[in-house]
Each structure stands twice: as structure tokens, then as C-alpha cells.
Design a protein around this ligand. Structure first.
Ligand code: N01
Length: 522
């Protein structure tokens, strides 16, 4: 890494501490060959792969004070993964110690922190560095990245901030006048005691259904504001017995086999979601039986019954949500929210519900990620400009007009049926192969051609047409124009196959500038 030495010794010492004990010398670096934004699963995994490939000239810019991304930020009660632990981890860092079938947030976060330390990534991290802007400079062929702690430059920019990082807080009339406590599920206010309070939870997505069973026993009244009922199947979470954990440790192959089994079980889910939506009918029957078994009250059951094709919105897993909402201190309210007053919520039928605390469990800015406004490619155009008619990228990874930039978990790489880590690992392979190719060929800039990007996205949108996600429901999978710009329409192995090797034929490659060998004579 190149160095600048404009900071004082004291500042360097502070920076040294802030960077987890890396040398003050390194902490001064303002340029790196590669800069990665974010230290969640995506950013960390990418960094580990770079390191394993022998690259050390990279930095990770992290807005928080620790690694972990969404698994650091989401600390709400009950926060856990709805993908089995065996699959929700890096394939190159299996964890024999997962304690349950589905891991808790704490366990996943601890896993990520352990990976960061074990693979030597900590010295590369600049924590409390929030990226404000990134702009491509044609003159230097570099990215200039502006953070709250000054500017950085990089030859290669990898965006790994993820689509679930910016909480969405819908503008509800009067919410600014609310006199009680108000917070988002991803920014849980642990200092606030909910015991004995009248609490409103807005939303019934993956986060809400984990929160409600945890807080229901504490609060005096729980008002659950449901706009659309989710499809919910049994979770069947179990403790992993100690003997099994010992077996995974002693014979790692046994854990690999378990993972492979879980992988193929989950992969079958794509059949119904992508290729044969009719297959969702049998899964819907399981969910209906689950609802019938857990909610004896017919009126409540009617409210909780979804009326759209299962899978159109994310399928949720829970064994304790229905029992919790069946308790006498819970009201499932399906009338919309008209306005919020200082001490109450008024629903569209004119009724007033007194509340002390409101919890937004309203999800994230997924198709309108704020970072798209802040990243500028050639000629100063932002990603948001490039994505005016819908976000798109080639293989969800590279965008025309944005040289030397790679996206992790970019457009149409999301999944409805299995672990996102599988898609990230496919992208790691593609990006590391791209970087290897650039180094071998002496390439300075790499940029996907508009034609390749367009052809790819036409293919993706064509494939999406028959899927369950376009069967008529509203979901965060779709952008404001109703295009599905988030999900991969296929099996994960199909994406892995397409990203196995970097494909230079689809790119414009500009060679390194070579200094003239002989000075021109006058
Ligand atoms: O958010 P969501 P989430 N008025 O967008 C409702 C991941 N995750 O935080 O369905 C009233 O799913 C909205 O209603 P509707 C996972 O990928 C993963 O729960 O749009 N209601 C919906 O009910 C997940 O999908 C895990 O009609 C409003 C809810 O708010 C993603 O995070 C665990 C509203 C938002 O649901 C987001 O989940 C937890 C309004 N104005 C989360 N606006 C894992 O285990 C929105 N809603 C991996």
C-alpha cells in the first residue's frame, strides 16, 4: 500500500487502536489496490479469498465499529437465521460448533468475527469509516472514495454493503409528532424497557415474526399492524447434539456430507419458485395445516390467511409466531394506518389505538439502495442514473460505465429458497478470477460492454416471467416499476456455473499505460 504521512503520531496511535491493533504505519495508508466497502458476509468473504490468493494490498471500509454487517446491526430479540446453519456459513470455513439447526444472530456474528480474526483480515479494516461517495477518475484510472474520515483511492472498488443495510421507515402521516419511543427492528433500542407497555409493531415480515413471540410475554398490549399476511411453514429448530458436534470436529467429511444434503434439499425449492409455481400448492397445504393447528380462533385464522401464491413474497419459518399472536394481549390489526398521533395510532377505520412504543419492522431499502446515489462512474453518472429504468448488472457483478468496480450481492443475485452465502461465494470466484486475469494480461481498466450487460439482463427478465415472484403480489423483490431486480431466477448451481470463470470477451480491457522508453528529442 502506498503511504502518506500527514497525520501526527498521536493521531496515528488513535487510528492504530481504532484499527484493531494494526501498525500505525499501515493505518496511514490512503491508497490500496483494492477497496472493499462493508465487512458483512460479502466483504469479509471477499477479503478472505483475496488473502488466500496471495493479495495483501486491500482495505475494507466499515461504517460500524465491528465486522458482521446485518448480523452485527440486527440485535432485536429473537433475531436468528431462517436458513439452516450448515448452509449459512462459508464453504471454506465450516463451523462444527453450530448449536442449533438455525443459528441465532449472536452465533452468526461470533462466527463472522472469528473468521475475520482467523484469516488475518482485521489489520485491513478501517472501522468507523462510512463511505459518503465514490467517484471514478478517468485521468488517474482510479476510484476516489470519500469517507467521514477523509479520502481514499483504489484501483479496484468492490461494493459489499449489501441490500439489507439501510432500514426503511415508511413516512406515516404524523409519525414525527409521536411522543413515545420509536425505533426500527434493525436499530433496536436495548436501553428501552418494553415491560408493561402498549407496543405497536408495524409489519409482519421475517423480522416481525421473530420479534413478536419474544416481546409478547413482556408487554401489556401488543398491536400488530399487518398489511399482508405472510406464508409461514414450521421451523423445526433443534439443538445440535454434542455428539454430532464432536463428530463434525473429528471427521469433517461428515459435516460436508450434511451440508451437501441440506444444499440439495433447499435447491429443490427453486423448482416451485422458478420453474413450476404450481408445485407451491403442496407447500401451501403444509403452511395452511400449520396455521390451522396453531390458531384455533377462526376470525384470527382468517386474518392470518394469505391470499396470494405462496413464494411470491419470502416464505417465513416459525413455530412460535402463531401461538404468540393467539394470546389475549395481542391484536392483529388489518386496517391500514391512517395517522400517528402523539400517544396513539389511528387506523383507516377511524379507531384510535393508544400506544407507548412503535417498532418499525418494515424492512430495508433494497431496490432503492442509497449508495446508488453516491457512486459515480464515467462522466459523473451515478449508479442511480444508470439504473433509472431498473437496477441491473452483468452477472449481478459488473456495470457498464463503472470501470474496475464489482458488486457483491448485486442486482438479481438474491434468492428465495436458500443461502445467500452460496451466491456470494460464486461472485468471489468470478472476481478473483477477473483480478488474476487483469494482472496476468497487464490490464489497467476493465468494464463490461453495454451489449453484454443488456443481453444478460434481457435473458434474466425473460426467465423471471414465469416465476412465482411475478404472480401478482407486491413485495420488496420488485422495484417501483414492478420489475424484479433482486432475485436470481434459477438454481444456485446455475449461477455458480456462469461465474466460475471470468469471461474477458464480454469486457473492454484497457492495457496499462507504458511510459515512453526513449525521451523525445527536441
Ligand atoms: O422486512 P420485510 P423484514 N405500512 O420487507 C410491512 C431478511 N431477513 O425486516 O408485506 C404497513 O420482509 C410489510 O408489509 P407488506 C430477509 O431477506 C432475514 O421483516 O409489504 N406495513 C412487511 O410485512 C427478509 O425478507 C432473516 O404488505 C408496512 C414488513 O413491513 C428481509 O430481511 C431474518 C409498511 C416488512 O417486511 C427483510 O425482512 C430477518 C407500511 N407503510 C430478516 N411498509 C434471516 O433469517 C412495510 N410494511 C436470514
Amino acid at each position: 500500500m502506498s503511504q502518506t504521512s500527514t497525520t501526527s503520531a498521536a493521531e496515528r496511535a488513535t487510528q492504530h487502536a481504532a484499527n484493531g491493533g494494526m501498525s500505525p504505519h499501515d493505518a496511514d495508508a490512503r491508497h490500496a489496490h483494492i477497496i472493499i466497502v462493508g465487512t458483512g458476509f460479502a466483504g469479509l468473504g471477499m477479503a478472505i479469498k483475496l488473502k488466500q490468493q496471495g493479495s495483501n494490498d486491500f482495505l475494507l471500509l466499515e461504517r460500524g465499529d465491528d465486522v458482521g454487517g446485518t448480523w452485527r446491526d440486527n440485535t432485536y430479540p429473537g433475531c436468528a437465521c431462517d436458513v439452516p446453519s450448515q448452509l449459512y456459513s462459508f464453504s471454506f470455513a465450516l463451523n462444527p460448533g453450530w448449536s442449533r439447526t438455525y443459528s441465532s444472530q449472536r452465533e452468526i456474528w461470533a462466527y463472522l468475527r472469528d473468521c475475520a480474526a482467523r484469516y488475518g483480515i482485521l489489520p485491513h479494516i478501517r472501522s468507523q469509516h462510512a463511505v459518503r461517495a465514490a467517484a471514478w477518475d478517468d485521468a488517474t484510472n482510479r476510484w476516489r472514495i470519500t469517507t467521514n474520515q477523509g479520502d481514499y483511492t483504489a484501483d479496484i472498488l468492490i461494493l459489499g454493503q449489501g441490500p439489507l443495510s439501510e432500514p426503511a421507515k415508511p413516512a406515516i402521516p404524523g409519525i414525527e409528532n409521536f411522543a413515545g419511543t420509536l425505533f426500527h427492528s434493525a436499530q433496536w433500542d436495548h436501553a428501552h424497557d418494553l415491560h408493561g407497555e402498549r407496543v405497536a409493531v408495524i409489519g409482519t415480515g421475517a423480522s416481525a415474526i421473530q420479534i413478536v413471540p419474544q416481546i409478547q410475554p413482556q408487554v401489556s398490549q401488543l398491536l400488530l399492524l399487518q398489511r399482508t399476511p405472510p406464508w409461514i411453514v414450521p421451523r423445526l429448530d433443534r439443538a445440535v447434539p454434542a455428539w454430532r458436534q464432536r463428530m463434525y470436529r473429528a471427521v469433517p467429511l461428515t459435516q460436508r456430507l450434511t451440508r451437501t444434503l441440506v444444499y440439495w434439499q433447499r435447491e429443490l425449492g427453486a423448482l416451485g419458485l422458478v420453474y413450476r409455481p404450481k408445485l407451491m400448492q403442496s407447500a401451501a397445504r403444509i403452511a395452511q395445516r400449520h396455521l390451522a393447528a396453531q390458531v384455533p380462533n377462526a376470525d384470527l385464522r382468517a386474518k392470518l390467511t394469505p391470499h396470494y401464491t405462496m413464494g411470491c413474497k419470502r416464505i417465513l419459518v416459525s413455530d412460535d409466531f402463531y401461538p404468540a399472536v393467539s394470546q389475549p394481549n395481542v391484536t392483529v390489526e388489518t386496517a391500514g394506518i391512517r395517522e400517528v398521533r402523539p400517544h396513539s395510532i389511528i387506523t383507516s377505520d377511524g379507531r384510535e389505538h393508544a400506544v407507548d412504543t412503535i417498532i418499525y419492522a418494515t424492512g430495508f431499502h433494497v431496490t432503492d439502495m442509497p449508495i446508488a446515489q453516491a457512486v459515480r462512474g464515467r462522466r459523473g453518472a451515478t449508479l442511480a442514473d444508470a439504473w433509472q429504468s431498473g437496477s441491473q448488472a452483468y452477472l449481478g457483478t459488473t456495470v457498464a460505465g463503472f470501470p474496475n468496480m464489482f458488486l457483491l450481492v448485486g442486482p438479481n443475485t438474491g434468492l428465495g429458497h436458500t443461502s445467500m452465502v452460496l451466491m456470494m461465494e460464486a461472485q468471489f470466484a468470478y472476481i478473483t478470477d477477473a483480478l488474476r486475469t487483469l494482472a496476468q494480461r497487464g490490464v489497467q481498466t476493465v468494464e463490461i460492454t453495454p451489449a453484454a450487460q443488456q443481453a444478460y439482463n434481457e435473458e434474466i427478465q425473460r426467465k423471471l416471467q414465469g416465476t412465482v415472484w411475478l404472480s401478482g403480489c407486491a413485495s420488496w423483490y420488485l422495484d417501483a416499476k414492478g420489475r424484479n431486480t433482486t432475485l436470481w431466477p434459477g438454481f444456485t448451481w446455475e449461477f455458480r456455473r456462469r461465474t466460475r470463470h471470468f469471461d474477458p470477451a464480454h469486457y473492454t480491457l484497457q492495457p496499462q499505460r507504458v511510459a515512453p522508453a526513449v525521451a523525445a528529442t527536441p
